[in-house]
Each structure stands twice: as structure tokens, then as C-alpha cells.
Design a protein around this ligand. Structure first.
Ligand code: NAP
Length: 284
């Protein structure tokens, strides 16, 4: 099976390298050139001969731009696996465009950041026809530890945004509780030892503990993408609803305003840490 991977950011590059390591025929494309074997400079050329076209770019405008480039070569027999995190509304629009070209579409967001991608432990949430999923399962299975068929087109995007609401709130709570403890003179060793024995211990706290301890905010999942996902969730529900998320989104926005969009979203601890100790947050 020939696979095009359109988008070689944190995740797309790892997926492409894992498939290449398996000997799969991969056409990797990115908006800006990347030093990866077989790099294709034109998205249309990358998609033209592919059986499976994986799209994993930043946000809805980016997906829109990629689809505009490849639409002329899409055809029956191909499957577009759209894995960027977008809203159910955008998903339905993009699926209709792809169907208009005769190709099949899967709504296929995923969970698991850079480390999970490297370890092939991504988890896919897939919306779309089961038969289409079966056609691409051999490819997705190489990159993941689980593939959850969430329902129809759009349902997987809803599940994904729901999961990120949860992670964003847990992440903010973790940053605030750690900052509170640090400001009171509690050591990180004590904080994390106590957390491990507490009901609020989570996958998020286990994953982010090393980064929080070291103050290492190299991105596994960037603040700008979490902020984007929270915006998409709020846009989905409209003017009312999600009151806690609305408040926490303001904290993520402060991180964005501080210029930290490309850092890991755990960097929010810098902001709430400064507030807990009464010092202004450093920028940059
Ligand atoms: P990333 O490292 O920021 O990479 C973003 C990619 O999108 C880059 O390849 C970038 O190209 C491309 N892009 C941005 N704007 C574009 C445009 N207008 N046209 C074409 N390409 C464009 O992102 P990532 O972390 O790999 O995440 C990709 C997607 O997966 C996002 O939707 C994110 O929310 C989702 N996701 C990420 C994680 C994670 O842990 N990282 C987990 C779950 C879901 P350039 O290199 O040219 O800028």
C-alpha cells in the first residue's frame, strides 16, 4: 500500500519515519521542506499515486489549504485519513469535499504525543464507514496501539475534543497545585510522591512529571494546538456551556500572549508558578 503523509510536524514526521522503517512506500510532504528520505516537494504529487493519504497538519485552515492542493488528483479507490484535530463541523465539510472527488474519507484524530508516536502507541479515534477503516487498518495499526471506531464522520472529532477538554483542565489543575506547593516550600520530590498516592494522579501527571520537574518545555504537544482545540470546542457549543473550560481557556490564552505557543502545554506552570509566588511571568 502506498501512503502519502501530508504534514511533517512533530507527529507526521515520526509517523513517516516509522512507516519508512517498515519498508512501506511513503511519499512524505510538508509545506516547508524537511530532510526526510523521499521528501516530495508538491502535495499533489505526493497524493497522486497514494492509496492512503494521511493529513496531519495544524488546524482547519491548514487542512483546507492541503485539500485545495490535492483535490484535483483525488479519485475513487483512495482514502483520505484526516488526523489533524479539528471540530466535527469542519470534519463534515472536508469529508463532503473529498467525497465530491470520489475518494473515501475517515475522520481520524488521535491521542498520544510525540513519545507515544515514536513508540507506535498512538490511539486513533475513527469516524466513518467500518469498511473504509478496514482498508486502512494495516497502515494505522503500524502506528498505533489501539484504533477505536467512534461512529460516523464527525463523531471521532467530537470524542477527540472531549478528551482534550479533559486534558486541558487536568493540566491546568496540575500546574496550579504544583505551583501552590512550590510557593509553600514543598519539594517536587514530596509533591510527586504524594500525588502518586492520591486519587488525582493521572496519565497527564505521570506524562508531564519529568518535564515539570526539569522545567523542560520542549514541545510534545504544543500550547498553541491545545489552545486551538479549546477554541474549537467552545465554538462547537456556541455562546453558552463549558463554564470551567471558558475560565481555563483564559489561562491558556495568557500563555499564548506570553509568546509560549510553540512550547509544550505544560509550560503553563511558568505562568501560574509566577502568580503563586507573586512574581511577574517571564516572557519568551
Ligand atoms: P506541529 O508540529 O505544530 O506541525 C504542524 C504541521 O502543520 C507542520 O507540518 C506545518 O507545516 C503544517 N501547517 C501549518 N499550517 C499549514 C498550512 N496553512 N498549510 C499546510 N501545512 C501547514 O503539529 P503536531 O504536533 O504534529 O500536530 C499536528 C496535528 O495533530 C494538530 O492538529 C494537533 O492538534 C494534533 N495532535 C497533536 C498531538 C501532539 O502531541 N503533538 C497529539 C494529538 C493531536 P510547516 O512545518 O511548514 O510549518
Amino acid at each position: 500500500m502506498r501512503v502519502a503523509i501530508l504534514g511533517l510536524g512533530i507527529i507526521g514526521e515520526v509517523w513517516a519515519r516509522n512507516l519508512l522503517a517498515d519498508g512501506i512506500a511513503v511519499a512524505p510532504w510538508n509545506r516547508s521542506a524537511k530532510p526526510i528520505p523521499g521528501f516530495v516537494a508538491d502535495a499533489r504529487e505526493a497524493a497522486r499515486e497514494a492509496d492512503v493519504v494521511i493529513v496531519v497538519v495544524a488546524d482547519p485552515p491548514a487542512v483546507d489549504g492541503v485539500l485545495a492542493q490535492i483535490e484535483p488528483v483525488l479519485r475513487a479507490g483512495q482514502v483520505v485519513v484526516q488526523s489533524s484535530t479539528i471540530s466535527p463541523e469542519w470534519t463534515k465539510r472536508f469529508a463532503a469535499r473529498v467525497a465530491g472527488r470520489g475518494a473515501a474519507y475517515l475522520d481520524a484524530p488521535f491521542t498520544g504525543s510525540k513519545l507515544a508516536a515514536i513508540a507506535r502507541e498512538t490511539v486513533y479515534y475513527v469516524g466513518g464507514e467500518a469498511a473504509v477503516l478496514e482498508r486502512v487498518r494495516p497502515v494505522l495499526a503500524r502506528l498505533s496501539k489501539a484504533i477505536v471506531h467512534a461512529g460516523a464522520i464527525g463523531d471521532a472529532s467530537s470524542v477527540k475534543l472531549a478528551m482534550n477538554i479533559n486534558i486541558a483542565l487536568v493540566g491546568a489543575a496540575l500546574a496550579e497545585s504544583l505551583s501552590f506547593a512550590r510557593a509553600a516550600g514543598v519539594s517536587d520530590d514530596m509533591f510527586f510522591a504524594a500525588l502518586k498516592l492520591n486519587a488525582s494522579r493521572s496519565g497527564v501527571s505521570d506524562l508531564k512529571e519529568p518535564k515539570l520537574r526539569a522545567g523542560d518545555f520542549a514541545p510534545q504537544f504544543s500550547l498553541k494546538h491545545m489552545d486551538k482545540d479549546l477554541r474549537l470546542a467552545l465554538e462547537t457549543v456556541g455562546e453558552s456551556g463549558l463554564p470551567a473550560l471558558r475560565r481555563v481557556k483564559a489561562v491558556y490564552d495568557q500563555g499564548m500572549e506570553a509568546g509560549w505557543g510553540d512550547q509544550d502545554f505544560s509550560c503553563l506552570v511558568r505562568l501560574v508558578g509566577a502568580q503563586a509566588s507573586g512574581a511577574p511571568a517571564a516572557h519568551g
